[in-house]
Write a protein that binds this ligand. Structure first.
Ligand code: ZN
Length: 538
C-alpha cells in the first residue's frame, strides 16, 4: 500500500512538471517607449513600477527592431508573431493596396461591425490581415481553447494584433470614450464592459487639470516647459502646464483623454475589470492578457521625447504600473503570473531641435513630398506615374507605364536618380535589389524584413540618420535607426530570475521565448532564436 502511494505521488509530480505553466501571462506594450526613458527618468520612479520589474526581473538593455518601417501596427504584430512584416504581412499602419487602388488600414475588416457605442467604422476591425499566428493564438490551441486571451488598448490595432486570430476578446476605445469591440469576437459586448462604459469614468479624469506630478525641479531631465519643439494640446495657446482638461473635454469630447496620461490610467482600470470579470489567472489553464498603453504615443507625437509632458506621462505610468502589479499580486498571486514589457517602436528627436543645436539637417516637407515626385514624373515622362508614396515606398502605375510605351526598369532608374538628389535620402532600392538581399548589408536587411512583395512598392527609400517623417513640432518614428528601434524588454514574475543582458536582441525573439517558456508551439511564422537567458534559470 505504502509503495503504491509513493508511486502515485511521483506520477503527480512528474505530470505537474510537464504541465508547468503560470496562471496568467501579461504582455505590456508601451507605445513609443524608448529604452532611454528607463534610464533618464529612473531616479524619479517609485521602485514599485518600472523599477520593480527592472530590479527583480530580467532586463534586456539592447533590444532592437530589425526591420523598417517601425510603426505601431507592424510593431505589435512582430512582438506577438515572432517574425517581421515580410512574413506576417502587417507592412504599415496603413499601406497602399494595388488591387484596391487605395490605402487600407492594418486592422480594417468590412465584413464585421461595431459592438458598443462609437462611429460604425471604429468597429469594422479584426485581425483578418495578419498572416501569421501569434503566441496568444498558440496558447489558445495548446489549451484546447480553454486558456483565455484578451487584448486591450486605447488603439484598435494595439488590442487586435496582440490578441491574434483566436482571441476571446479585443477591446479598444472609440472617440466617444467607450470601450468597444467588433462582431469578429462575439454577438454583443460582455455586460461588464457595458457597465464600465456606463460609469463614464473618463469624466473623473477630465474634470481635473493635468499638472506636474512631482516638484518642478525633477523635470530638469527635459527641456523648458515652453519651447518651440512641442505641439499644442487641443487649442492650448502654449505647450505648458497646467492643462485645463475640462474645457478641452467640453469642446472636443471624451477622446481628449487619449492624449493625456489618464488614457493609460483608464486603460489600467479597464484591465483590472477584465481580470476580475473574465476570471483571468484563476484556474489551471493559463490565460493571456495583452495590454497596450497608447497615450505615451499620442503625447510623444505631439510634444517630442525631450518634453516635460512626456516625462510626466512616464512618471504617472510608473504609478499606474505599480498599482496594477500590486493588483495582480493580490488577484493572481505574486508567483503565478509571467509578465513582459516592451514597446512597438521608439521615437526620433525633433528635427528642428537637432538643427538648432548645430546638427546639420535640412528639415523636409514630408507632406508635400509626394507632390514633388508627381511633378518630377510629369516633367520627365509627360504623365503622373505615381500611384502612392507612403511608408518610404513608392508605388508606380504599371498600367500607365505600359500604355505610354515606357519601360518599367527605365522609369525606376529615373525615379531612383531623382530621389538620390533629395537632401534626406541616403539610399534607394528596387524590388529586385531588396528581394536579393543576402544579409550582408545591415540596412538593406531592415528593408528586406519589412518588405512583402505582394504589398510593398517598386522602390523603397532609406533616409539618412537623424531624419523622421514629421514636420515642425513634435516627433515621429518609422526609420531603421536606433532612435526608432531601441526599445525596452523586461521579463518579470513566474520562473524569471533577476538578471541583465547587454547583447543585441531583436524584437521577434519575444514570442518564441514566451512559447518555449510555457511549453507551447511557436507562432507559425517565427524564425527567431529564443532568449535562453530567461529559460536557463528555471
Ligand atoms: Zn506613433
Amino acid at each position: 500500500m505504502r509503495k503504491i502511494i509513493l508511486l502515485f505521488t511521483s506520477v503527480v509530480i512528474f505530470n505537474s512538471y510537464a504541465q508547468q505553466r503560470p496562471k496568467l501571462v501579461v504582455g505590456i506594450v508601451v507605445d513609443q517607449m524608448k529604452m532611454e526613458y528607463l534610464y533618464r527618468f529612473s531616479d524619479d520612479f517609485s521602485g514599485k513600477g518600472f523599477r520593480r520589474l527592472m530590479d527583480a526581473g530580467y532586463v534586456f538593455h539592447n533590444t532592437q527592431y530589425n526591420y523598417m518601417p517601425t510603426y505601431t501596427g507592424p510593431g505589435h504584430a512582430s512582438i506577438y508573431t515572432g517574425t517581421t512584416p515580410a512574413i506576417h504581412g502587417i507592412v504599415g499602419n496603413t499601406w497602399f493596396d494595388r488591387s484596391l487602388e487605395k490605402s487600407r488600414y492594418c486592422t480594417d475588416d468590412a465584413s464585421v461591425s461595431i459592438l458598443g457605442k462609437g462611429e460604425a467604422d471604429e468597429g469594422k476591425m479584426s485581425p483578418v490581415n495578419l498572416e501569421a499566428t501569434t503566441v496568444t493564438d498558440e496558447l489558445r490551441l495548446a489549451t484546447n481553447f480553454r486558456g483565455k486571451v484578451i487584448g486591450i488598448s486605447i488603439k484598435d490595432r494595439g488590442a487586435i494584433l496582440p490578441a491574434g486570430h483566436f482571441a476571446n476578446w479585443a477591446f479598444w476605445m472609440s472617440d466617444s470614450g467607450n470601450f468597444i469591440s467588433s462582431t469578429f469576437y462575439g454577438k454583443q459586448l460582455p455586460d461588464w464592459v457595458s457597465g464600465f462604459n456606463e460609469k463614464k469614468l473618463y469624466e473623473s479624469y477630465l474634470n481635473k487639470d493635468w499638472t506636474l506630478l512631482k516638484p518642478e525641479s525633477v523635470y530638469d531631465k527635459s527641456l523648458a516647459d515652453d519651447n518651440a519643439y512641442e505641439g499644442l494640446l487641443y487649442g492650448s495657446e502654449k505647450p505648458v502646464f497646467p492643462y485645463d482638461l475640462k474645457s478641452m473635454y467640453v469642446k472636443n469630447g471624451a477622446k481628449v483623454i487619449k492624449t493625456t496620461p489618464f488614457g493609460n490610467s483608464i486603460l489600467a482600470d479597464f484591465a483590472k475589470e477584465a481580470v476580475i470579470n473574465e476570471n483571468l489567472g484563476t484556474d489551471n489553464e493559463t490565460d493571456f492578457l495583452a495590454i497596450s498603453f497608447s497615450s505615451t504615443d499620442y503625447i510623444g507625437h505631439l510634444t517630442g521625447p525631450r518634453s516635460r509632458e512626456v516625462q510626466d506621462t512616464y512618471l504617472r505610468l510608473d504609478e499606474t504600473i505599480a498599482d496594477f502589479l500590486s493588483f495582480l499580486d493580490q488577484k493572481v498571486g505574486k508567483d503565478n503570473y509571467l509578465l513582459f514589457l516592451t514597446s512597438d517602436h521608439a521615437a526620433a528627436e525633433n528635427q528642428n531641435f537637432l538643427k538648432d543645436n548645430k546638427y546639420s539637417l535640412l528639415p523636409v516637407a514630408y507632406k508635400q513630398f509626394t507632390n514633388k515626385l508627381r511633378e518630377f514624373s510629369k516633367t520627365t515622362f509627360g504623365t503622373d506615374l505615381v500611384l502612392n508614396y507612403s511608408n518610404y515606398n513608392l508605388f508606380l502605375d504599371k498600367k500607365k507605364i505600359k500604355e505610354n510605351n515606357l519601360v518599367l526598369d527605365e522609369v525606376k532608374k529615373n525615379f531612383k536618380e531623382f530621389l538620390m538628389t533629395q537632401p534626406q535620402v541616403k539610399r534607394v532600392y528596387t524590388e529586385e535589389e531588396i528581394l536579393s538581399a543576402n544579409g550582408t548589408d545591415f540596412y538593406l536587411n531592415y528593408i528586406f524584413k519589412g518588405y512583402d512583395p505582394k504589398q510593398n512598392g517598386d522602390l523603397v527609400v532609406l533616409d539618412k540618420p537623424g531624419y523622421s517623417a514629421h514636420e515642425g513640432r513634435g516627433t515621429s518614428h518609422g526609420t531603421a535607426f536606433n532612435y526608432d528601434t531601441h526599445v525596452p524588454l523586461l521579463f518579470y514574475g513566474w520562473n524569471i530570475k533577476k538578471g541583465a543582458s547587454f547583447d543585441r536582441k531583436v524584437i521577434s525573439q519575444i514570442a518564441p521565448s514566451i512559447a518555449q517558456k510555457i511549453k507551447i508551439d511557436f507562432p507559425n511564422g517565427t524564425e527567431a532564436d529564443v532568449l535562453t537567458e530567461i529559460l536557463d534559470n528555471e
